[in-house]
Ligand binder design. Structure first.
Ligand code: BES
Ligand code: MG
Ligand code: ZN
Length: 477
């Protein structure tokens, strides 16, 4: 995609997008642009409305912004325009930038436009080509100011989010652990981060017993994916962030087979998907921070070889775990992911992200992720960065009063309290047990926000939650 700046659209031909703030509907002053007049009877910039006009071979799309704008609604508005007005898009697009827009607003608009090219019909024989996807597409920013680097950033963000949409929405018979390992290797090669993958044998030698227990019932070999991004720019004290993402490519529940909601469980690698997208984006933006990311990938399946409820397994940390429920599998692979990260890489900050519990959905619904950390500075930064882009987080406690939920008689710890209360919190307490009292660890339970319903499809699909949040958090550390 080519981007450049135009001072006006006098000599432009193609599609012209004109964002318009809401004016009074009975205004006698019409909205005018390039000699075109739109009377306020038909269009006055109301949010979620648009108005199309043709003149001199140009298509004008007036886009209603409402009275106030924020990052997320702006992004959605432009995603909608590009997704639902495809037929009105030529491969030459001019985007008029209102004077009062900030760089963040421009970033949101451009990311949204690109996200609108996403087509969920991965396996449809008549997959449509969106003009934006054509090899040579040019986006002309109409402004007196220079927004080019912002535009490029908006494009990079959307490309990373699109990558995550693909990984999460593709079915589990395509996206298995090996697929994710190959994706990581190819993307690392392309964007500039190192990738190491431990398959079954290597994981066994390493002692990743909790990780391997989960994958035992599947035909698809588990893959423990380790990614390392090292900035090329010289920085005096380079910060080091560790990320861990849950990469369950499908969660049947295992022998404690799911009775509800199994259909959607291809989304159970969405935490890992967010980490993959974030790694692409961090490398693409060449952020001056060192990042080590681990995504343990496995399928939780039903088989004679599956791990059993009441099994005692041996984790990488050396601690034994009693399995109360095989459907509490995410915390097992994350336990090994966290221990491996801390032991081998010792990052200063750690964030893990996972579609971990139905309980977090019960608590917050689809509005925010659950945030767990004892580090108040990290909590603040994660929340602030999330708020700025509409990926919200809200805290839940990590009080030791909940510790008894994971105390086992036979082993060091158990993977589930067995009680249908405080599920997200006891899962977080379980993870905490494997963090060696790390002073800057945060856990994000994103079961309610990583995959959901919206206006862009008939069924639930990936939201890309976490890609931008993790990247922005790291960028602003
Ligand atoms: N993958 C699920 C959690 C989940 C629920 C993700 C809804 C996305 C949407 C997780 O592995 C799970 O099964 N959790 C159980 C844990 C329980 C058995 C302790 C749950 O939350 O019910
Ligand atoms: Mg489960
Ligand atoms: Zn799961």
């Amino acid at each position: 995609m080519k981007t450049n700046t135009l001072p006006n659209v006098t000599d432009f031909s193609g599609t012209i997008l004109i964002p318009v703030f809401e004016t009074y509907s009975k205004s006698i002053v019409p909205i005018t642009f390039n000699g075109l007049e739109v009377t306020s009877k038909v269009f006055f910039g109301k949010k979620d409305t648009h108005y199309l006009a043709e003149k001199n071979n140009n298509t004008y799309v007036f886009i209603g912004l409402g009275k106030e704008i924020d990052y997320k609604s702006l992004k959605t508005t432009f995603r909608r325009i590009s997704s639902k007005q495809k037929e009105n898009f030529s491969s030459n697009v001019a985007l008029v930038i209102p004077e009062q827009f900030t760089h963040d607003h421009v970033e949101a608009m451009i990311s949204g436009l690109l996200l609108g090219t996403y087509d969920l019909g991965h396996f449809k024989s008549d997959k449509n080509v969106h003009p934006f996807l054509e090899p040579v597409f040019s986006l002309n920013l109409v402004s007196e100011k220079d927004y080019l680097s912002t535009a490029k950033k908006g494009i990079k963000i959307a490309k990373a989010q699109l990558a995550t949409y693909n990984l999460v929405d593709l079915p589990p018979n395509t996206v298995n652990p090996k697929y994710l390992a190959n994706w990581a290797k190819e993307t690392g090669e392309k964007y500039g981060f190192d990738v190491e993958v431990l398959g079954y044998e290597a994981s066994k030698i390493a002692g990743l017993g909790a990780f391997l227990a989960v994958g035992k019932g599947s035909e698809n070999e588990p893959q423990f994916i380790i990614m390392n991004y090292t900035p090329t720019t010289e920085v005096e004290h380079v910060k080091h962030v560790g990320l861990v993402g849950k990469g369950i490519t499908f969660d049947t529940g295992g022998l404690n087979i799911k009775t509800a909601g199994m259909l959607h469980m291809k989304c159970d690698m969405a935490g890992g998907g967010a980490v993959f997208g974030a790694m692409q984006l961090i490398a693409d933006l060449q952020l001056p921070v060192k990042v080590t990311a681990i995504v343990p990938c496995a399928e939780n399946s039903v088989d004679a070889k599956s791990f059993l409820p009441s099994d005692v397994i041996h984790s990488y940390s050396g601690h034994s775990i009693e399995i109360i429920d095989t459907d509490a599998e995410g915390r097992l692979i994350l336990a090994d992911g966290l221990s491996y990260l801390i032991k081998n890489f010792k990052p200063e900050y750690i964030v893990d992200i996972a579609t971990l519990t139905g309980s977090s959905v019960g608590t917050f619904g689809y509005e925010c992720g659950a945030l767990f950390t004892k580090n108040t500075e990290m909590a603040k930064k994660l929340q602030e960065n999330g708020d700025a882009i509409g990926e919200r987080l809200w805290p839940l406690p990590l009080w030791d009063a909940y510790k008894s939920d994971i105390e086992s008689d036979i082993a060091d710890v158990k993977n589930y309290s067995g009680k249908p209360v405080a599920g997200a919190i006891s899962a977080a307490k379980f993870l905490e047990y494997f963090t060696q009292e790390h002073k800057a660890w945060a856990h994000l339970d994103v079961a309610g926000v990583a995959f959901g319903d919206d206006e862009f499809a008939k069924s639930k699909h990936a939201t890309g939650y976490g890609v931008h949040l993790l990247t922005k958090f790291i960028e602003n550390l």
